[in-house]
Design a protein around this ligand. Structure first.
Ligand SMILES: CC(C)(COP(=O)(O)OP(=O)(O)OC[C@H]1O[C@@H](n2cnc3c(N)ncnc32)[C@H](O)[C@@H]1OP(=O)(O)O)[C@@H](O)C(=O)NCCC(=O)NCCS
Length: 185
């Protein structure tokens, strides 16, 4: 049975399930607070971080829950999050989610992270499908999905809720067969 590694090397960054320490929790909390305004444009969850203990509890989840998220680190410092929002081994599909601190946008970190997570999901766990759901107005995230080679399937009208308002969401996907064709031999 495949396992989720604690660390995945992505070249100039790494995806990690960090040690759950008070200093790492504080570091994570500080990244969220510093970038809250930027992140809140497309995400709800930064609102739930009001004290470092909230970050500690999240890191505990990352450590324990199978298939949950990784943190993106550059030079050992947290710069974002990446991972599987849902990981369904029975039906062999998963959904990807990601965020990056604005100072680390524009370097291709998330696209490289997606490639690494595809190797894990398709290559090791044998999933058939990965999907990415993006708000119809979140142009930067749509560019990520397209750059990573995902196919636009359609729009879920009022497919999620952001800050209390219903929002339309684009579904992108990549199949295992498409991943195999695109692999560097
Ligand atoms: C969405 C988000 C992760 C996109 O970040 P990003 O830095 O644009 O994405 P990537 O890390 O894949 O980098 C791609 C950018 O790096 C550039 N780049 C530089 N070197 C690159 C490389 N070697 N490979 C790929 N892209 C590279 C690309 O040209 C692109 O920049 P551009 O869009 O200006 O052309 C980020 O804006 C974010 O966190 N937003 C808030 C939260 C959010 O929306 N999350 C997604 C919810 S669905």
């Amino acid at each position: 049975m495949a396992e989720f590694p604690k660390r995945i090397d992505c070249g100039d960054c790494e995806l990690v399930k960090p040690e759950v320490t008070f200093s790492k929790s504080q570091e994570f909390f500080d990244v969220i607070v510093k970038n809250k305004e930027f992140l809140l444009e497309w995400l709800d969850w930064p609102n739930y971080y009001s004290k470092p203990e909230d970050a500690y509890n999240y890191l505990k989840t990352v450590e324990n829950v199978k298939g949950s998220s990784y943190l993106i680190q550059v030079d050992g410092k947290i710069v974002g999050g990446h991972g599987f929002v849902n990981f369904n081994e029975e039906y062999k599909f998963a959904e990807l989610g990601y965020w990056l601190a604005p100072d680390f946008n524009g370097r291709g970190l998330v696209v490289r992270g997606i490639a690494a997570l595809e190797n894990l999901a398709f290559g090791q766990f044998g999933l058939n499908r990965l999907q990415i759901k993006v708000d119809t107005e979140n142009v930067k995230s749509q560019a990520v999905a397209v750059r990573a080679g995902y196919v636009k399937e359609g729009i879920l009208r009022h497919g999620y809720v952001l800050h209390g308002a219903p929002r339309d969401v684009i579904v992108y996907s990549k199949l295992k067969s498409e991943w195999e064709k695109g692999k560097v031999k």
